[in-house]
Design a protein around this ligand. Sequence first.
Ligand SMILES: [Zn+2]
Length: 186
Amino acid sequence: MFDEASQAAWACKDTMTMMTIKDFNINAPSRRCDICNVEHSEKTASCRECNNIIEKHKNKCTTSEVRNALKRAYSRTENGIRLFKCEYTRIESHFNITNKSIDPIDDALILTFDHKNPIFKSNRGEVVVCLFIINQIKGKIPFGCFKNIITVLAEYFNNKNQENSDKIRETLINIKNFYNEEKLKS
Ligand SMILES: [Zn+2]
């Protein structure tokens, strides 16, 4: 079917194709993102999507704090959108990478960064990913105290009685004492 000339032409064409692919790979090397593991051709360790999240939030935490929090929280990518899990609820969501500021109600389920155990500037604690609504409720309270408050409040809301009201007061006093003790240590 193929004469010698045609075979030679095909062989030449294959070599050219291989060279083109090889050359393309040299010009645009791809690597895996250190956060989401998606292949990319950026010169940085992270892909463009993850870099956008880091750039947008690095003013509130250091770049390495943001990067480590993202690595721990990464879940999966859907339609190009990087999804991460909230540290406290395990709910999957995404970050706001637009220039629009986030709304406390409309964007309640947008992800933010939180210092898990913030006490003082010298010891701000680990940075984690968490839903905006949880971040608003938690404020600057260390995680252990936050958990105690939420637990006694839930008990109180379920059985409104004097005993639980006393328990809320006791929990809040303990938190105040905890803060004052930490202040003396610093
Ligand atoms: Zn990435």
